[in-house]
Design a protein around this ligand. Structure first.
Ligand SMILES: [Zn+2]
Ligand SMILES: [Zn+2]
Length: 325
């Protein structure tokens, strides 16, 4: 643990007396690039500047301070001897920029907050609210995050704790209730869902299927009997077995995700099948609306809804709500 000595060039208004841990030095090593990338983020947030990896390759990383004219930079190279270790070989730890006085840092996004909070959430996920997360992050990481970043990070943690997509998907309305009795997010999603075709699949799944349709020329339909098909990858010659009746493919994606895989699409496209019949009802617009409706009390006027700074970007994306983070 070191205290930063503030000199004229290094002067950053709110950094005075701020204790910075894990100060870097030339020659320091990180076990692999994944850990390094995470630590760069931690370091920048802790030191209250926005860093950017201008070179981000499997064997080297160059990070700079994003503020214009600020000379701070760090450069790592992978050690040839083992092919994993990343070594800090150039480091200029001088800032001429000023730290954000309101303690905000856009590097502290939901993904980062979720990583920081995951261990805590594993124990306290039943009681930990977004406000608790905001307080915790402010106290321990000295950075201010929005309610929606905290909210989104909390769901990310829950997703990791509870596992698969469908389970988390079922949890959402319940979570919304816990988070906010008015649940503006549910209302928002429901409003969005009104624009969707009630007989169809949620837009993100439609989009996914459209992409797979474009990929059809890369696949060959080989032998088939009434329900069993063999699909061959034209490039690699690899084969998959698809059972249309049982809705299974040897790639396992179909049965695991509930969304048709590209191999099934090759067959179903020729059959002019109704995609909905071959995707889990979780992805039907009708189910989606039902799931949210039960949890929302009507509000008088949309203008009265609480206005979040930014909507969390999560698996909602996967169900077709276009949200910005
Ligand atoms: Zn700087
Ligand atoms: Zn498949």
């Amino acid at each position: 643990m070191k205290v930063i000595i503030v000199d004229v060039y290094n002067w950053r208004p709110m950094m005075l007396g701020h204790i910075v841990e894990d100060e870097w030095e030339i020659g320091m090593e990180w076990p692999n690039i994944k850990i390094l990338r995470q630590e760069i983020k931690d370091y920048c947030i802790k030191n209250r500047f926005v860093g950017r990896m201008v070179v981000n390759e499997s064997y080297r990383i160059l990070a700079i301070c994003e503020a214009s004219g600020c000379p701070w930079r760090a450069y790592w190279r992978k050690k040839k001897s083992d092919g994993f270790t990343m070594r800090l070989s150039t480091f200029n730890n001088e800032h001429r920029c000023a730290a954000d006085t309101d303690h905000k840092n856009r590097m502290a996004d939901a993904v980062w907050v979720a990583t920081v909070m995951l261990e805590h959430m594993k124990v306290h996920h039943k009681t930990c609210t977004p406000q608790n997360i905001i307080d915790d992050i402010r106290q321990k990481q000295h950075v201010a995050i929005s309610y929606w970043t905290a909210w989104s990070a909390r769901i990310r943690c829950l997703q990791q704790i509870h596992g698969d997509f469908v389970e988390s998907y079922k949890l959402v309305p319940v979570l919304c209730d816990q988070v906010n009795p008015k649940c503006c997010f549910c209302v928002y999603i429901l409003e969005k869902a009104k624009e969707w075709d009630i007989n169809g699949l949620v837009p993100a799944v439609v989009k996914k299927i459209e992409k797979m349709i474009e990929d059809i020329p890369n696949w060959d339909l080989e032998a088939s009997n009434s329900s069993l098909y063999c699909i061959r990858d034209v490039k690699s010659d690899y084969r998959y077995t698809v059972n249309i009746v049982d809705q299974e493919c040897s790639c396992r994606r179909w049965q695991l995700s509930g969304i048709v895989c590209v191999h099934a699409v090759v067959i179903l496209y020729k059959m002019r099948a109704d995609w909905r019949e071959y995707c889990s009802s979780y992805f039907w617009v009708s189910t989606y609306r039902m799931a949210y409706k039960g949890h929302i009390k009507p509000m008088e006027d949309p203008r009265d809804w609480p206005k979040p700074v930014s909507y969390p970007k999560l698996f909602f994306i996967d169900t077709g709500v276009e949200l910005l983070n």
